[in-house]
Design a protein. Structure first.
Length: 133
């Protein structure tokens, strides 16, 4: 596969991968934790914290999206964002161990955070090396 085609494929995979977390972040900002299907009585502080964290998540995802056009030159930013995502995935894994197995959507998120993101970072590094050569 040519370097250009491989770069385009990485860009497409990144864009598709962002769709699910972007929709979750927007739902979290707009509706708080209610979109997860929890009981109608949600403490005010939980709603506030959930929307705040959803806003941070949304900002991080927008930064990820900003890397797509010139992905071969965005290694440092992607590694920083990837580290944040993997740290969040480690926290989610802790919840799985301590509290129990979450819903399918959260298990998919865990896979993205701890498997797909590290693989995307390795792929990006390959694209960056090929573009410099």
């Amino acid at each position: 596969m040519s370097a250009r085609a491989e770069k385009r494929l990485l860009q497409a995979v990144m864009a598709i991968t962002l769709l699910l977390p972007l929709s979750a972040a927007l739902a979290g900002v707009a509706g708080g934790p209610r979109f997860l299907g929890h009981p109608p009585v949600i403490p005010t502080d939980l709603d506030s914290h959930f929307r705040y964290v959803s806003g941070l998540f949304l900002g991080m995802l927008l930064l990820f999206a900003s890397c797509i056009p010139h992905v071969e030159r965005k290694g440092p930013r992607l590694r920083l964002l990837g580290a944040m995502v993997m740290l969040g995935g480690a926290a989610r894994l802790l919840s799985l161990v301590v509290v129990g197995v979450p819903s399918v959507g959260h298990r998919i998120g865990l896979g993205i955070e701890l498997i797909e993101v590290p693989l995307l970072l390795l792929w990006q590094a390959r694209i960056a090396r090929r573009s410099r050569a």
